[in-house]
Design a protein around this ligand. Structure first.
Ligand code: AP5
Ligand code: MG
Length: 183
């Protein structure tokens, strides 16, 4: 089973849900930049103070902050593998990640792109109710995804790493589809 994974997909696609399942089954480090940033906000740290407003608008936090968080986690990783969830979010982050993973000699083994219709993800997010799950902010997160993150689908496809997975239906069914593409 592949154990150096990256999950791509729009907000509400199920990246976090599916990443938790795989990481507990395969004992991988689950590296979610959204979760790490929310922990900074809750802890009211310097970084938390800088990012809270940006996150509540659904904009991207600066590459510099995100890259320093990810670098620290990957350099100090003590598990056999990892799963990146919600990172990278733009081409600059993707290229910086390639450089870092080259340094660490730990290439990505599969990029799973979770595909889902807008209506379904909007429904899912509104019923979850995180502070950035209001209709207005969700629409902005989707716009940011389309403009800045979705070009990564082609980027990883050209590197021969991309596995597209249909993200609608029961959580267990999606988990099985993902398992098949990371075998
Ligand atoms: P982040 O936390 O990454 O949020 P996101 O990408 O908008 O995605 P979500 O976490 O909302 O969705 P998900 O795909 O994980 O779905 P989930 O499993 O939760 O980022 C938040 C913010 O942080 C960004 O806007 C930005 O400001 C900042 N940020 C983060 N990373 C950054 C980076 N690299 N660079 C710059 N800024 C960054 O599922 C959603 C809901 O649906 C849940 O309630 C779940 O229970 C439910 N659900 C899941 N699967 C199913 C299913 N199959 N059927 C029914 N319900 C389901
Ligand atoms: Mg998430």
């Amino acid at each position: 089973m592949k154990n150096k994974l990256l999950f791509l997909g729009p907000p509400g696609a199920g990246k976090g849900t599916q990443a938790s399942i795989i990481c507990s089954n395969l004992q991988l480090m689950h590296l979610s930049t959204g979760e790490l940033l929310r922990a900074e906000v809750v802890g009211d740290t310097d970084i938390g103070k800088q990012v809270a407003l940006i996150m509540n608008k659904g904009e991207l936090v600066s590459d510099e902050i995100v890259l320093s968080i990810v670098r620290k986690k990957l350099v100090n990783a003590n598990q056999a593998g990892w799963l990146l969830d919600g990172f990278p979010r733009n081409l600059l982050q993707a290229k910086a990640l390639q450089t870092l993973l080259d340094e660490l000699s730990q290439p990505i083994q599969a990029v799973v792109s979770i595909e889902i219709k807008d209506e379904i993800l909007i429904e899912r997010l509104i019923s979850r109710g995180r502070t950035d799950d209001t209709e207005e902010v969700i629409r902005n997160r989707l716009k940011v995804y389309r403009e800045q993150t979705s070009p990564l689908i082609d980027f990883y496809d050209q590197l021969g790493m991309l596995k597209a997975v249909f993200g609608e239906g029961d959580i267990e069914d999606v988990a099985l589809r993902i398992r098949k593409v990371i075998e």
